[in-house]
Design a protein. Structure first.
Length: 483
C-alpha cells in the first residue's frame, strides 16, 4: 500500500475534512508534503512546482551536491492503484536504458518514505524519478498556437522523433503512446530547439522482468493516436504500432487535424480500423508515399520500425544524415600553433611526393620525370652510335695492313726511300655495329619519345564543396539536426 503525496494546500484540506474523505489524522500526518525548500533523498531541494504529469507532480529541483538543476517527478498514486506504480517504474526503467539526444534522459528512481528520505525497509511511501530539466513547450502547445506546420518544420520534428523511436526499437522498447503531448520541443541555451520523446509509462519492453500491463481486449494508449491493432485490443504489439502513431503525428503537423478524429470514442476506433486518411494535395508524391505506407491498416504493409521510417523520410525529402557525412575536423583559429591530423589518423606520416605537384616552371612533376627518362635514353643511344662510328674509322687502316706487308715482301725493281712506318695502335679493332642494331636503337628512341608525349599531365582534382548548413535562429527548430 503506497501513501499519498500532497501539496500543503491538499494536506490542509485533508486535515479539515477527515470525515468527508474517510481519512484518519494519522494518515494525514503521514503524507509526504511537497513544498518549496523540501529536500528529497538528502540531495534534491525542491525549487518550484512545474505542473502535473498524469498522476505525478513535476518539480524543478536543485542537486545540492553539484548545483545542477533537474526535474523531479513524484508519483501521486491512489492508495490501491498498483498498476500506476508499475507504469511509473516502467517509465523510469525504459527511459533510463535509452541514451539518445531525442529522448528525455532519466538519471535516477528513488523510493521515498513519509519524510522524503530514501525508504530502507518495506514498501516505499512514494516514488520519484529524477530526469533532465527541459525548457520549452510540447508539440501539442505549438500546434494549438500555429494550427499546422510547414513541410520543412514538420520534417524537422518527425525525423528526430523517428530517430528516437528507431533507437528504442533497437533496444527492444515499443513506446505505444506517441502523440503531440509526448513530444517536447526543448530549447537549448543557444536557442536551438531539439524534439524529445517523453513518457514511456505504457511502453512494452522486450525481455523485461517487470510485469506486463496489457491483457487481451485491453487498450493502452491515447485512442486518437492508436494503431489498428491497438484499437482492437491486441495483447501484443510491435514497433510497427509506433510507426502508425508517428504517421498520425506527421499528418496532424501538416494539416492541423487528426485524420481519424471523430465525435465519440467508438467512432474514433472505427475510423482507425476502417477509414483511409485523405490525400494531402500539396504534399510531394514521394513524401506522401512514405506517409501512406506508415498509415497502412495491415502492419505487414507498413515500415517495419522507426529506422526504416526515418530512412524513407530522408530519401523522400532529400535530407542527408550527418552520420553519412565526413566527421568535420575541429576548426583552429589562425593564431593557434596547434596542427590537427586528419580525422581517423593515428599518427602523422611523412608526406609522399605528389604526382600532381606543379614545379616552378609550371610543368607537372610527373611530366618532368618522363622527359628526363627519355632524354637519358636518347643521350645513351647517341653516345653508342658516335663511339661505334669513330671506332669503325680507326679500324679501317688496320684492315689494309696485310696488303701492304704482302706487297713489300716481293723484290723491288729499284730501291727507293721507304716512307716512315705507320704508328701502331694498341687498341683492338672493333667492328661497327650492324645496321639492324642501329635501326632497333632508333626505334626504341622513337617509341620512348612517343610514350612521353602521349603521357597526359595530371590535374589537381577540383575541391569538393561541403554542403552549406543553415544556422538556426534562436527559437527556431533545428533544421535536420542529424537524428
Amino acid at each position: 500500500m503506497y501513501g499519498q503525496v500532497r501539496t500543503p494546500f491538499q494536506l490542509d484540506a485533508v486535515r479539515g475534512n477527515l470525515h468527508d474523505h474517510d481519512v484518519t489524522a494519522a494518515d494525514a500526518e503521514a503524507c509526504l508534503v511537497l513544498e518549496e525548500g523540501k529536500i528529497l533523498a538528502r540531495k534534491y531541494r525542491l525549487v518550484k512546482p512545474a505542473g502535473f504529469g498524469g498522476m505525478a507532480q513535476l518539480w524543478v529541483a536543485k542537486n545540492e551536491s553539484t548545483a545542477a538543476e533537474v526535474c523531479v517527478k513524484v508519483l501521486v498514486p491512489d492508495a490501491a492503484d498498483e498498476e500506476s506504480v508499475t507504469r511509473f517504474r516502467r517509465e523510469a526503467y525504459a527511459a533510463a536504458r535509452l541514451s539518445h539526444r531525442a529522448i528525455v534522459r532519466v538519471f535516477d528512481l528513488m523510493e521515498l518514505g513519509p519524510d522524503g528520505q530514501v525508504s530502507k525497509a518495506g514498501k516505499p511511501h512514494a516514488l520519484a524519478i529524477v530526469m533532465e530539466l527541459l525548457t520549452g513547450e510540447t508539440l501539442s502547445d505549438l500546434l494549438m498556437k500555429k494550427g499546422k506546420l510547414s513541410l520543412d518544420e514538420a520534417l524537422d520534428v518527425i525525423i528526430p522523433v523517428a530517430g528516437a523511436l528507431a533507437h528504442a526499437h533497437r533496444a527492444g522498447v515499443v513506446h505505444r503512446d506517441v502523440k503531440p503531448d509526448n513530444v517536447f520541443l526543448a530549447k537549448d541555451p543557444d536557442g536551438i530547439v531539439i524534439p524529445k520523446v517523453l513518457d514511456f509509462g505504457v511502453s512494452k519492453i522486450a525481455s523485461s522482468d517487470t510485469p506486463g500491463l496489457t491483457a487481451a481486449g485491453v487498450m493502452l494508449g491515447t485512442p486518437s493516436y492508436m494503431s489498428p491493432e491497438q484499437a482492437k485490443g491486441a495483447p501484443s504489439v510491435d514497433a510497427r504500432s509506433d510507426v502508425f502513431s508517428a504517421g498520425i503525428l506527421f499528418y496532424m503537423m501538416l494539416t492541423g487535424a487528426n485524420p481519424f478524429e471523430a465525435e465519440s470514442f467508438h467512432a474514433v476506433i472505427e475510423a482507425i480500423i476502417e477509414r483511409e486518411p485523405p490525400r494531402i494535395a500539396e504534399l510531394p508524391d514521394a513524401i506522401w508515399q512514405v506517409l501512406a505506407k506508415a498509415l497502412a491498416k495491415d502492419p505487414a504493409q507498413r515500415w517495419s520500425d522507426g529506422t526504416e521510417l526515418q530512412i524513407a523520410l530522408r530519401k523522400a525529402s532529400g535530407r542527408r544524415s550527418t552520420s553519412e557525412a565526413a566527421i568535420p575536423v575541429a576548426r583552429v583559429s589562425s593564431d593557434s600553433e596547434i596542427s590537427l591530423p586528419p580525422v581517423g589518423s593515428q599518427s602523422v606520416a611523412p608526406e609522399e611526393p605528389d604526382d600532381d605537384a606543379v614545379t616552378l616552371a609550371g610543368i607537372p612533376a610527373s611530366r618532368t620525370r618522363a622527359v628526363r627518362v627519355v632524354a637519358g635514353v636518347v643521350g645513351v643511344a647517341v653516345a653508342i652510335l658516335v663511339a661505334a662510328l669513330v671506332r669503325g674509322q680507326l679500324a679501317s687502316p688496320a684492315a689494309d695492313a696485310p696488303k701492304t706487308a704482302t706487297a713489300s715482301a716481293a723484290p723491288a725493281p729499284a730501291p727507293s726511300p721507304s716512307p716512315p712506318p705507320p704508328v701502331a695502335t694498341t687498341a683492338a679493332p672493333i667492328a661497327a655495329p650492324p645496321a639492324s642494331s642501329a635501326i632497333a636503337i632508333t626505334s626504341a628512341i622513337a617509341s620512348a619519345t612517343a610514350s612521353a608525349s602521349a603521357t597526359p599531365a595530371k590535374r589537381d582534382p577540383a575541391p569538393k564543396k561541403e554542403p552549406k548548413k543553415d544556422k538556426p535562429t534562436p527559437g527556431e527548430i533545428a533544421r535536420d539536426p542529424g537524428f
